[in-house]
Write a new protein. Structure first.
Length: 737
């Protein structure tokens, strides 16, 4: 602490007898070194200039000093004393009326000056008359002359009329009521499917910043996926430009990782929310990090107990904080991971929140809305009391095909192959295995089909193509900001190297999503965090001729012109299952075709509905598609195969037998695990043999015992049935419309 003593000695003359908050002291690093060496001390060390600089750096890090150029800033201790101890309300809104009128007049003056500037360009003489009238007429007469009718309301706003129209011009009355509400402390919005929830929230954020003067550091929005956070940030940027870059829009997990000062990922997110809540309650989080005046919650029906506890804790530490929670309890389909709309209901009841229903559906045709309205009434407990109202008056196609047998994959695929499809199309199933078989059969039938995949079992950061792109951004860890030239070169290099990869489309989508929410400045750490917190299914394109095949859960939040829904043996015995079907049906914009072998849709009807009954008997599909995960392959085997994997990418063909996968030269690349070999044997008993194999994903796997990272192949296998058992003679369909 000799350096500190020397600096305080220099500042002593300035500090004595003054109440200065800061004292500037001029010093020299070499001078401090000389003073130390000239001191008469019993124990003296040999030091150099680097040691002095290290000491200064340490003092600055602990906030003992602040180094500005060649100056030292010393902060004197200060004491805050509360003088006014009367907590009773002394002032009311009426007491600030004069101040309100003063600022309203200031806003009007800005608009008046703007009007004058426009007149100077368009009509010089008119501008001179405008100024003369301003000083000669009384203020009310001046306003009535130059700002007639609604224009007097326009000049009371703190934004231009054009910006006001952009913010509020295309919103419905119900949406506007949410935007304009600046007095309710707690608002709960029950937003139906296709009701413009994202649009409302983006415009509400813009209104808070521009109309209500909420500072960006006082605003927090939490979502459940990084893709949603990115979507909100990019759309807000389109609305209010670079001011959006400073708004804190985060997932629940990333916000808590920030509070704890940890690097986050999906794999490490199991306890992070609970840990953050505990530290907030124990006073271990700095107050400024959790001080907010407005909190916005997206998909509030999906909160689990830990996420709801975080919201309650933030509210307890911000008594005046406004909270806007938006969700749809009818679309809560994540109960298997602890999500419950009960928490949204508790927010409404415990906080006496103002409930607003958004029931206008802009997505679906009129008869689709009527059909799903009848279905959703089967759910026993709901927040919304008002039926969904279609904004499109035209009808689409609603077709229900009911079967007397199981094994609906083959007839479903046949129906798709025989249907003229226009626009985007998605086939929705209950299980991933069903989706795999349907995608395989559609491709076999000559249609461009793509499975909406997930990255369960590995992080997107470990996907070969993503890791390659990150490596192109620069290997130096101190390269924090990615310049535009490096970003463009990395994209070009990725395309040149992996244009034939089956994952290239998703990788390009990841990059575009990050680009949209970070248009001005890109940080390497932000991109890596974005990747680690994202899921593969968030980046699947839903446009074009490709038929998407997905489970219901992965399609939530998406929309398609045509939806085929297969419910084979689906038992509607719980509200959770009813909500899943409701989510699936409300993805459709124009046409909804349901294939099922249950009777829970029998009594539902709507205009232009087609009902068909199929009494044929169908056999299991002759095609099985299996995507292998880490547990299906021998991981350690890959450590010795690294030199053989260098030139492979997703989508490449492999030779295969019951033991593993091979390249064209016969080199073994993948060894199956014992459990997966048993599965192959079971398939063989049912008459299936391996027909084809290709690389589904190439990912990095980290072996902790030897602290080594290795590339591994996760293949996709296609099994073909040796002999297709002939079905009974087809029975004609009974068509009842």
């Amino acid at each position: 602490m000799d350096t500190n003593d020397s600096l305080y000695q220099k500042s002593e003359d300035f500090i004595s007898g003054t109440d200065m908050e800061k004292v500037l002291v001029e010093f020299s690093v070499h001078g401090l070194k000389s003073e130390y060496e000239n001191r008469n001390t019993l124990f003296k060390s040999n030091i150099d200039v680097d040691d002095i600089e290290d000491a200064l750096f340490y003092l600055s890090r602990i906030d003992a000093i602040n180094i500005e150029g060649g100056f030292l800033v010393v902060y004197n201790r200060f004491t805050i004393e509360r003088l006014e101890k009367d907590n009773r309300i002394k002032y009311k809104v009426e007491d600030y009326e004069k101040l309100h009128r003063f600022y309203e007049n200031k806003i009007q003056q800005i608009h008046i000056v703007g009007e004058y500037a426009q007149k100077m360009i368009a009509d010089y003489k008119g501008a001179l008359q405008f100024v003369e009238d301003y000083f000669q007429l009384n203020y009310a007469s001046f306003l009535n002359k130059y700002f007639k009718g609604s224009r007097q309301n326009e000049i009371k706003r703190n934004i231009t009329p054009a910006k006001f129209r952009k913010l509020f011009g295309a919103l419905s009355p119900a949406q506007l009521s949410i935007i304009k509400d600046n007095s309710s402390q707690h608002i709960a919005v029950a937003a139906g499917p296709g009701s413009g929830k994202t649009r409302v929230l983006v415009h509400k954020l813009a209104s808070l910043l521009l109309m209500e003067d909420v500072k960006h550091e006082q605003l927090l929005m939490v979502t459940f996926s990084r893709a949603a956070a990115t979507e909100f940030k990019s759309r807000l940027f389109e609305l209010i430009n670079k001011a959006a870059l400073y708004v804190e829009i985060k997932t629940f997990h990333s916000y808590c990782f920030d509070l704890l000062g940890r690097v986050g990922s999906l794999e490490k997110s199991q306890t992070v929310i609970k840990d953050a809540v505990d530290k907030i309650k124990n006073g271990d989080i700095e107050t400024n990090h959790i001080t907010k005046s407005v909190l916005v919650i997206d998909e509030a029906q999906d909160m689990d107990k830990h996420e709801f506890e975080l919201i309650k804790t933030l509210m307890e530490h911000n008594e005046e904080m406004r909270v806007i929670a938006v969700g749809d309890d009818d679309q809560n389909i994540y109960e298997f991971r602890g999500a419950s709309s009960e928490h949204l209901e508790r927010f409404i009841s415990e906080q006496r929140a103002k409930k607003i229903e958004l029931v206008e559906n802009y997505r679906s045709k009129a008869n689709l809305v009527a059909f799903t309205n009848q279905f959703v009434e089967q759910i026993s407990h709901r927040l919304k009391q008002t039926p969904i109202v279609p904004k499109q008056m035209e009808n689409g196609l609603v077709k229900v095909v009911k079967y007397s047998s199981s094994n609906l994959i083959a007839p479903l695929v046949k129906d798709i192959l025989s249907t003229d499809l226009v626009g985007s199309t998605c086939v929705l199933t209950h299980t991933n295995d069903e989706a795999l078989q349907i995608a395989g059969l559609l491709i076999k039938g000559g249609l461009p089909a793509k499975l909406i995949q997930s990255n369960d079992g590995f992080s997107l950061y470990d996907l070969l193509e993503v890791r390659f792109f990150i490596e192109q951004l620069g290997a130096a860890q101190d390269q924090y900001i990615i310049d535009e030239s490096t970003w463009k070169k990395a994209k070009r290099k990725l395309w040149d190297t992996y244009r034939d990869s089956s994952n290239i489309e998703a990788c390009i989508s990841i990059i575009k999503n990050f680009d949209a929410s970070n248009p001005k400045k890109k940080y390497r750490s932000d991109f890596e965090m974005f990747v680690k917190e994202s899921k593969l299914e968030d980046f699947t394109k839903t446009m074009g001729e490709t038929i998407n095949v997905s489970t219901i859960h992965k399609a939530k939040g998406k929309e398609f012109d045509n939806v085929f829904l297969m419910l084979d043996g689906y038992n509607l015995d719980s509200d959770q299952k009813k909500r899943q079907v409701y989510v699936a049906m409300t993805r459709a914009k124009q046409n909804l075709i349901v294939h099922l072998n249950s009777d829970f849709l029998d009594k539902l009807s709507c205009e232009d509905i087609q009902k068909e009954f199929d009494y044929n008997s169908y056999q299991p599909s002759d095609l099985l598609v299996i995507q292998l995960s880490h547990k299906d392959v021998w991981l350690d085997f890959f450590i010795t195969r690294q030199h053989l994997l260098c030139n492979f990418k997703s989508g490449d063909q492999l030779n295969v037998d019951s033991d593993g996968c091979y390249d064209e030269m016969g080199n073994c690349l993948v060894k199956f695990s014992g459990k997966f070999k048993d599965k192959i044997h079971e398939y063989g008993k049912k008459g299936y043999r391996i027909k084809d194999c290709h690389v589904n994903h190439l990912v990095y796997w980290y072996k902790e015992e030897i602290e080594t990272e290795a590339k591994i192949i996760l293949p996709e296998l296609i099994f073909q049935k040796r002999e297709q058992i002939p079905s009974e003679k087809p029975t004609p369909l009974l068509n009842i419309s």
